[in-house]
Design a protein around this ligand. Structure first.
Ligand code: GUN
Length: 286
């Protein structure tokens, strides 16, 4: 029986710790604010943006919402970012992705002042992480490190395997595990014998975007399994979405020593770490 890593509980603990820090900063006269920009009205993005606003309210961070129409031009978006970069009363800037096809995402990410890049997507933030310098870290991988540490699992010296090499999860995840002194391997769609590699993992992080792809055959006895995937598999009789991850939970749970569920594992940590980055922004901007 694996220990279930409760991301909902751990994210709540983090948010409560941040709430106290924010209250202490406010007592010193420092208010934190996050600008959240959404272009168009993609349904999933609206849900994420709504959750980010709610988390800000809970913690005591002021959120400035910019809901821009789908037709917004790249130049208009860049101009808004430029204005927010210059505003001393704005600590963090987040542009919800994906952006409409006519806007160059890379250009937009690069336009954000690295000192306000609370998503940690700016090339300077990514570079700083890779050479161990101060900067914002991408929220999902940072949340995974918190999940592992707060579950009492030591990363140092462990065989860590990351499946997936995205800029937002896989690559920064590898860097963070390395920073924690793990021995890290990154696998991807061209990995010759994926099973042979994942079977070596003491800590296995899966972010490939394929429902229930990782079955028990891929997992070593006693491994810690972190599932970053989230897929909607249908709707239950009571009208609730049926969700699953990249890991076949029922198949892997009996083999693993610890595992994150979907939902309620990695998901809630992303927003908690975004809030953490907003609080850290005050220190970075000093
Ligand atoms: N779209 C999906 N995940 C994210 C995220 O973490 N940040 C932003 N800005 N957009 C996203």
């Amino acid at each position: 029986m694996a220990k279930i890593i409760d991301g909902k509980l751990i994210s709540k603990q983090i948010k409560d710790e941040l709430k106290e820090k924010v209250a202490a900063l406010r007592a010193e006269g420092k208010e934190i604010s996050l600008a959240v920009i959404q272009v168009g009205n993609d349904g999933a993005s609206s849900v994420y943006v709504g959750n980010k606003k709610k988390a800000c309210e809970y913690i005591g961070i002021k959120s400035l919402a910019y809901e821009l129409p789908e037709e917004t031009t790249e130049a208009e978006l860049l101009e808004l970012i430029g204005n927010l970069n210059n505003r001393a009363d704005v600590n963090g800037i987040l542009v919800q992705l994906p952006l409409p096809g006519h806007i160059d995402e890379d250009k937009v990410i690069k336009a954000i002042d690295p000192l306000k890049d609370v998503d940690g997507f700016h090339p300077q933030s990514v570079g700083a992480l890779s050479i161990g310098q101060k900067g914002f870290v991408s929220c999902t991988p940072a949340g995974i490190i918190e999940l592992i540490k707060r579950s009492g699992i030591d990363i140092s010296g462990k065989e860590c395997v990351v499946v997936g090499r995205s800029n937002i999860v896989g690559k920064p995840m590898a860097m963070l595990l390395l920073r924690e002194n793990g021995t890290v391997t990154v696998c991807h769609s061209r990995t010759a014998d994926l099973k042979a590699v994942t079977k070596r993992a003491d800590i296995l992080v899966v972010a490939i975007g394929k429902p229930k792809f990782i079955t028990g055959e891929y997992v070593k006895d006693g491994a810690v399994v972190i599932d970053v995937g989230i897929h909607r598999m249908g709707v239950s009789e009571s009208g609730k979405a049926i969700l699953c991850g990249d890991v076949d939970y029922d198949d892997v749970e009996p083999i693993a020593s610890a595992i994150t569920p979907v939902p309620g594992g990695v998901g809630p940590m992303t927003i908690a770490m975004l809030m953490n980055n907003c609080v850290e922004s005050v220190e970075l901007q000093k």
